[in-house]
Design a protein around this ligand. Structure first.
Ligand SMILES: [Fe+2]
Length: 177
């Protein structure tokens, strides 16, 4: 068995506002939508990975007003450091969205909530590995070079801090490939 992550499906209250946020702010595209059977609620599929039909889907069946309580957060990777900063700034101006930057040493991340309170992380990989968990707030006004200097200063004294390539080469070797 070699399972790879594909998608998550969220039960939502207000499909239109959730779709506005995920398409307009986060850049997802609706790849398909419709009821799964006659009379069943519509399911909307979202992706921004051309190799994945959907990374997220939403079904408007949620009735409660509670905070989501079983899923801590879903996380998305971006290859561009600048995206994390741009998104951080864009989220600041949206009512009801709280955003906070956290670095795990191996990432520079922002954490925020969607309009229905689901936790989201968007992160950029640093070229480093450090054992987890680690988490320290970082300054999103830094440029890429400054941010990487800060990561080295902040996490570099940990004995497990190393180049990310070395860590993942060992993981692949241990997995037999
Ligand atoms: Fe995470």
């Amino acid at each position: 068995m070699n399972l790879t992550w594909s998608h998550a499906v969220l039960n939502v209250r207000d499909l239109d506002s959730m779709l506005d946020f995920y398409t307009g702010v986060l850049g997802f595209e609706v790849t398909d939508r419709g009821p799964i059977a006659d009379g069943a609620p519509e399911i909307v599929f979202l992706s921004q990975n051309p190799d994945e039909h959907h990374q997220l889907a939403m079904v408007a069946v949620r009735k409660d007003d509670d905070r989501p309580n079983s899923l801590n957060h879903v996380a998305f990777r971006t290859p561009d450091f600048a995206d994390v900063k741009t998104l951080h700034d864009a989220l600041q101006g949206i009512d009801g969205i709280r955003v906070g930057p956290i670095s795990h040493g191996n990432t520079l991340s922002i954490y925020f909530n969607d309009p229905e309170g689901n936790g989201i992380e968007v992160f950029w990989d640093t070229p480093f590995h450090v054992s987890q968990p680690h988490g320290t707030p970082w300054d999103t006004s830094l440029d890429e070079e400054q941010a990487l200097d800060w990561v080295r200063e902040t996490f570099g004294a940990d004995e497990t801090f190393e180049p990310r390539d070395g860590y993942y080469e060992r993981r692949r070797a241990a997995a037999g490939g």
